[in-house]
Design a protein around this ligand. Structure first.
Ligand code: BG6
Length: 489
């Protein structure tokens, strides 16, 4: 792997502590970092190099998936870390940083390949990108890459503005837009499972699939993020990005198991282009908008959304979205894709359920039996696994008709964190599991009428008890088509 200087804006922030340092450490343990590798942590706060390294060490102890007990290897890992004070708006600070970075690259005899990771609010992206360009930090002989994380804009227009402004300093192929759902190992496996297994490939069409259900439920509420969340809601926080990315990854058809990142991204774009648009006036028919009321999570009472600290009493923000989408192409025409995501739901679970059409040979079964479909389930998190539900008879119980589950589950310790996969791919320059601008723009295009309809109150805000599976209207969305959410207990 090529020598790299990893330049981290927001080095004292929460994301860095919880995700980025532990991810780098686990990559280091796996021998997946470049030999010549330096990290420049940047922040507004004055901090000595030692104090910074002590903070990083603490974050490994608190959040690393593998224990950070081996002092020698932790020391060696921390050797790569430097800290520099930087005020995002001050050009001189970037020039000073450039000198430090160049000096370090010379010490290591390393090529000037620079990864800029912006772990800061999106309002700073453009200023930082412009300063990287103006200072010369981004114009060395090596490569430069930019890693940024959602939100990419607040709506279609602001996303376009942001992208145009970023493109003053970085080309599209230098921008690695993180959607951490694309870093989840099971999501990364979807394409290979489908493209390298003829059994699945054959089934992956409207001939055999009755519907697809994509769920990302969380038990947490708004947490300490009222200021952010109350302005974005579930539709921008989860639906526009993570949920549509899951839909794309599930729906693409790849010709073989050697697809390039270009092929994967082109196919994803095709899926988005084929997604039937929804008119503002029709949004209420296919989208359920919900907000949690008080209830119980794991036996403990919790308050409703509008009683959360920092949330206005009359907030009409959505904490739950259920939607029916259709892809109008050769493979998927007529197959509803149901998507749902919510906070304060009964359980934490991200999964995709594929429900197959009724058995061809219905005469062999009673009416009740024929209503039990074959299901294929991809458990994405917190547990990773695949389950296939088949029908059989139970010889121990008078040959009673019984669905059986064929389960495969990965042991949790073996599953790398999304950020490990993503940082590793970005260091290698592999953009497959990053959101291309075309996907982001098409996703905003699809969502914009939904935002407008919410804004104009064209979609009723339904409430649901914390600890439930969302508003009853979400169940009705499927019942209308003769289906139901699978695996709600
Ligand atoms: C983030 C959202 O992108 O994803 C959060 O901003 C949400 O609101 C989180 O809690 C969920 O991620 P995960 O990996 O826990 O499913």
């Amino acid at each position: 792997m090529e020598a790299t200087t990893f330049i981290l804006f927001g080095a004292t922030g929460d994301l860095a502590k919880r995700k980025i340092y532990p991810a780098l450490y686990n990559l280091y343990l796996d021998g997946k970092l470049p030999k010549a590798f330096s990290v420049f942590g940047l922040g507004r706060r004055e901090l000595t190099g030692d104090a910074f390294r002590a903070n990083v060490e603490q974050s490994l102890r608190n959040f690393s998936r593998r224990e950070a007990n081996d002092t020698a290897s932790v020391r060696q890992f921390l050797d790569a870390f430097r800290y520099s004070v930087l005020d995002i708006g001050r050009t001189e600070d970037y020039l000073k940083l450039l000198r430090l970075v160049e000096q370090r690259e010379q010490e290591l005899g390393a090529a000037p390949n620079r990864m800029f990771y912006l772990s800061v609010g999106p309002e700073f992206f453009e200023t930082i990108a412009d300063n990287i360009k103006a200072s010369g930090l981004g114009s060395a002989d090596g490569w430069k890459r930019l890693m940024i994380e959602k939100p990419f804009g607040h709506d279609l227009q602001s996303a376009r503005d942001l992208n145009r402004n970023l493109s003053r300093a970085f080309e599209e192929d230098e921008v690695f837009r993180i959607d951490h759902y694309l870093g989840k190992p099971m999501v990364q496996k979807l394409e290979i499972l489908q493209s390298s297994n003829p059994v699945l490939q054959t089934l992956w069409t409207n001939r055999h699939i009755a519907n697809v259900q994509i769920t990302a439920n969380e038990t947490v509420g708004v947490e300490e993020r009222a200021g952010y969340y109350d302005h974005v809601g579930a539709v921008r926080d989860m639906f526009q990005n993570h949920m549509l990315q899951l839909l794309m990854m599930l729906a693409i058809h790849l010709p073989n198991n050697h697809s390039t990142s270009d092929e994967v991204r082109t196919k994803k774009k095709k899926v988005m282009e084929a997604l039937m648009p929804v008119l503002k006036e029709d949004v209420a028919r296919s989208i359920i908008r919900g907000q949690y009321a008080e209830g119980e999570i794991n036996g403990k009472p919790v308050v409703g959304y509008t009683s959360e600290p920092g949330i206005a009493e009359n907030s009409a923000n959505d904490t739950f979205i259920a939607a029916k989408l259709e892809i109008d192409d050769y493979f998927w025409r007529g197959v509803p894709f149901y998507i749902r995501t919510g906070k304060r739901m009964k359980e934490k679970s991200t999964r995709i359920v594929i429900e197959f059409k009724e058995p061809l040979n219905q005469h062999a079964l009673t009416e009740e039996e024929s209503r039990v479909p074959n299901l294929l389930v991809f458990e994405i998190s917190p547990n990773e696994g695949i389950t296939l539900q088949l029908n059989t008879r139970d010889p121990l119980h008078k040959g009673e008709f019984k669905p059986m589950h064929i389960d495969f589950h990965t042991s949790q310790e073996d599953v790398p964190e999304a950020y490990e996969n993503l940082i590793h791919d970005a260091l290698n320059g592999d953009p497959t599991f990053f959101a291309h601008w075309d996907e982001v723009e098409l996703a905003w295009k699809w969502v914009q009428p939904v935002l407008d309809a919410f804004q104009e109150n064209l979609v009723p805000l339904r409430t649901y008890a914390a600890g439930s599976y969302g508003p009853v209207e979400s169940d009705e969305l499927l019942e209308r088509d003769g289906f139901r959410w699978r695996f709600d207990s």
